[in-house]
Design a protein around this ligand. Structure first.
Ligand code: ZN
Ligand code: ZN
Length: 362
């Protein structure tokens, strides 16, 4: 039987979000209904609300979530009712050209639940944020979006792996391939940048240089494993990074802002044959200009990192285990826990700069 639960809806462009009763269908073939325990508030939710992603209102917001599988549809074997899971927004297909070449983290045909959740009042179909929609007591997803992890972890900590924190850690360990002894610089120390710092530290980087224009953010980056900090408001970050790396530049520079000027900094702050990883998300009007000779002459790799090139089935359980062993401070990303009816205020607090993540706990 379809169920009625409460969920946070973005009804239209720039309208305040509100709680509505939503209808969650029983899971069909390949689907699962998950009882949500916690869901982080991400900038992407705010972009949905503001119309920056699409016009498919109403949106059911929330996508950095952990919870317990309540029921599964026909043919689901990887997860079962009672499993504690972290939700991901890329259920890999297993059959596209990337999957068939053994690179499922690049899957070009990821999928979501086929059935739609609806508004109880009007019957209108909802667009779940990133195919998840987890600011709700329950949500319907493709079973492949559920990744089982050790239930000993706190749900408000585990859920954050589902998006920004995974993007940052993965930018370092998957895309950047940071290894023992590497020097790393991370430009932009919000949630994703801090996660890149934590990932670099975890991977054994000898130096992790955090760059931001806000001293409070640099302080936080230190608690995540940054060995050096540079305030790029008063110091040229390229010069500073070179100085801290024997005059050469860092082996890996992670750009977690997504702007042409910070990308140029990243490009020139890396050592010859070094790697630049772009994990910050640019906007459509941005253009990058670089001397092509420098692109050629400096060698190395210029890479982009989508969702940290993660494979949830491989990365989520491993990172939760490392957290439980005290080797990865995922709990430090939780600035505050809030109720389902406080999402709008959490959006407002995002601009203040002193919140890494507000997490809705249900
Ligand atoms: Zn997110
Ligand atoms: Zn695929």
């Amino acid at each position: 039987m379809a169920q009625e639960v409460r969920g946070v809806i973005a009804p239209g462009k720039d309208e305040p979000v509100r709680i509505e009763t939503i209808v969650v269908p029983d899971p069909g073939p390949g689907e699962a209904v998950v009882q949500i325990q916690a869901c982080g508030v991400c900038h992407t939710d705010l972009h949905y609300k503001q119309g920056g992603i699409s016009d498919d209102y109403p949106f059911l917001l929330g996508h950095e979530a952990a919870g317990v599988v309540e029921s599964v549809g026909a043919g689901v074997t990887d997860v079962a009712p009672g499993d504690f899971v972290v939700l991901n927004w890329r259920a890999v297909c297993g059959t596209c050209r990337a999957c068939l070449r053994g690179r499922p983290w690049y899957c070009f045909d990821t999928h979501n639940a086929e059935q739609k959740m609806t508004l109880a009042s009007t019957g209108q179909e909802l667009s779940p944020a990133l195919g998840i929609g987890a600011f709700a007591e329950k949500t319907l997803v493709a079973a492949g979006q559920c990744t089982k992890v050790d239930p000993a972890v706190a749900p408000e900590v585990a859920g954050l792996l589902g998006c920004g924190v995974m993007a940052g850690i993965g930018a370092a360990i998957n895309t950047g391939n940071v290894g023992r002894g590497d020097t790393v610089a991370v430009i932009g120390c919000g949630g994703v940048g801090d996660a890149a710092v934590a990932g670099s530290y975890l991977a054994g980087a000898a130096k992790v240089i955090a760059v931001d224009i806000d001293d409070r953010k640099l302080e936080t980056a230190r608690t995540m494993g940054a060995t050096h900090t540079v305030n790029s408001r008063d110091t040229d970050p390229v010069e500073a990074i070179r100085e801290l790396t024997g005059g050469f530049g860092a082996d890996v520079v992670i750009e977690a802002v997504g702007r042409p000027e910070t990308y140029r900094q990243a490009f020139y702050a890396r050592d010859l044959a070094g790697t630049v990883v772009l994990v910050g998300v640019p906007t459509p009007e941005m253009k990058l200009e670089l001397p092509l000779l420098d692109v050629f002459g400096r060698g190395g790799a210029l890479k982009s990192s989508w969702y940290g090139d993660c494979l949830p089935s491989r990365d989520f359980p491993m990172l939760i285990d490392l957290h439980l062993q005290g080797r990865l401070p995922l709990d430090k990303f939780v600035t505050e826990t809030i109720r389902l009816d406080e999402v709008e205020q959490a959006f407002e607090r995002m601009h203040s700069g002193d919140v890494l993540r507000s997490v809705v706990v249900l």
